[in-house]
Design a protein around this ligand. Structure first.
Ligand code: SAH
Ligand code: SF4
Length: 377
């Protein structure tokens, strides 16, 4: 019986060395292969000219380099580019690229759907379907660089920053996310600095404690409320791991890193009448008084089936001012359009009405109506 070939795209540097050792090859082969795949975009062993013919044949026998299948790609007027990626018969995820000046930020998905069911999140409403493999996660970075034709350039790669803020909770797909983030930061692969690779979590505290032992990527926590009472209603995982534990874990995470100036990004989705009132801003300022952070306010992005509303510009401004006066660094995330509920899992992992939906999607993209992606810079 022939065995399935191993996909080398998502293999971490350490695992790649072990893989070559099994073939009786030296560790430097792993570095060579990583460079071919992630720096030059080469996925055909035959094109890897610094490897012997016999090694290439051996590799082709047991392994493959298979990027995920891109179903569609859409450009918005503001330069945002969005891919819908098929990761199984009925499963799709999305990745979004947001250019801003010198920076190109790629928002990457980690799961199809999500089990944590935050009340304001369309991905949560879909439920959980499955974890993405490390190949499917790093494959999003690979596809983005490929689509901008930016392989082979040493300095000006299209993707300069990665945020794990697409579909899914990255800490619930721990090993695959860690392997993919390792590749993002590895000098033989994408070589992105740890300040520019950010994991966003809604607060799976034991996994965050564990992350500190294996990663020094940047951290964002999805807080969204200043009290447990309110957060319990928005982010159900809070009932298991309340705010104090999350802040403790996040502080330990950055405390353990060598750069003592590092901060945590606190994400706060502003929902009209729910968590955007002046008292919430004051409570938040008090809660975060001694917490090393910057705050990112995200005006709620509506999606079909949700009763929540986005606050008015004035309400956002007032909230911002209140925190700013209290001495915090506060940014408001720009929404790149809002006529499709893009960001957090606009595309459903498992369509019940899949055909109709994806047909509608295709039409929208073909008609050039895809101005907009909810993701945000
Ligand atoms: N699961 C992780 C990462 C994915 S969600 C997390 O929750 O952090 C990425 C960010 O988008 C989170 O801060 C999330 O709260 C926010 N988000 C989700 N749905 C949103 C919506 N409808 N409007 C605005 N922000 C949303
Ligand atoms: Fe999952 Fe994050 Fe959405 Fe919550 S906000 S349901 S954790 S993807």
């Amino acid at each position: 019986m022939s065995q399935a070939k191993v996909n080398l795209l998502g293999m971490s540097p350490t695992k790649m060395e072990a893989f070559f050792a099994q073939l009786g090859e030296k560790p430097f082969r792993a570095r060579q292969l990583l460079k071919w795949i992630h720096q030059r975009g080469v996925i055909n062993f035959d094109d890897m000219t610094d490897m012997s013919k016999s090694l290439r044949a051996k590799l082709a026998e047991v392994a493959e380099i298979r990027p995920p299948e891109m179903l569609s790609q859409a450009d918005s007027k503001d330069g945002t580019r969005k891919w819908i990626i098929r990761v199984g018969e009925d499963s799709m995820v999305e990745a979004v690229y947001i250019p801003e000046g010198e920076r190109g930020t790629l928002c990457v998905s980690s799961q199809v759907g999500c089990s944590l069911d935050c009340s304001f999140c369309s991905t949560g409403k879909q439920g959980f379907q499955r974890d993405l493999t490390a190949s499917e996660i790093i494959g999003q970075v690979w596809l983005a660089n490929e689509s901008f034709d930016s392989f082979g350039l040493t300095k000006s790669r299209a993707v300069t920053n990665v945020v794990m803020m697409g579909m899914g909770e990255p800490l619930l797909n721990f090993d695959n996310v860690v392997d993919a983030m390792t590749l993002m930061m590895d000098d033989n692969a994408y070589g992105i600095s740890k300040r520019r690779v950010t994991l966003s979590t809604s607060g799976v505290v034991p996994a965050l404690d564990k992350l500190a032992e294996v990663s020094d990527a940047s951290l964002a926590i999805s807080l969204h409320a200043p009290t447990d009472e309110l957060r319990n209603t928005l982010v159900p995982v809070n009932k298991k791991y309340p705010i104090a534990e999350l802040l403790r874990s996040a502080q330990d995470y950055i405390g353990g890193q060598s750069d003592k100036r590092r901060t945590v990004t606190v994400e706060y989705t502003l929902i009209a009448g729910i968590n955007d009132q002046p008292e919430h801003a004051q409570q938040l300022a008090t809660l975060l008084t001694d917490f090393p952070c910057k705050i990112n306010l995200i005006p709620f992005n509506p999606f079909p089936g949700s009763d929540y509303q986005r606050p008015s510009k004035n309400a956002v401004q007032r909230f911002w001012e209140s925190l700013n006066r209290a001495g915090f660094v506060v940014t408001v995330r720009k929404t790149r359009g809002d006529d499709i509920d893009g960001a957090c899992g606009q595309l459903v992992g498992n369509f019940k009405d899949k055909t109709r939906r994806s047909e509608r999607y295709k039409k929208r993209i073909e008609s050039g109506d895809e101005q907009v992606v909810k993701f945000v810079g």
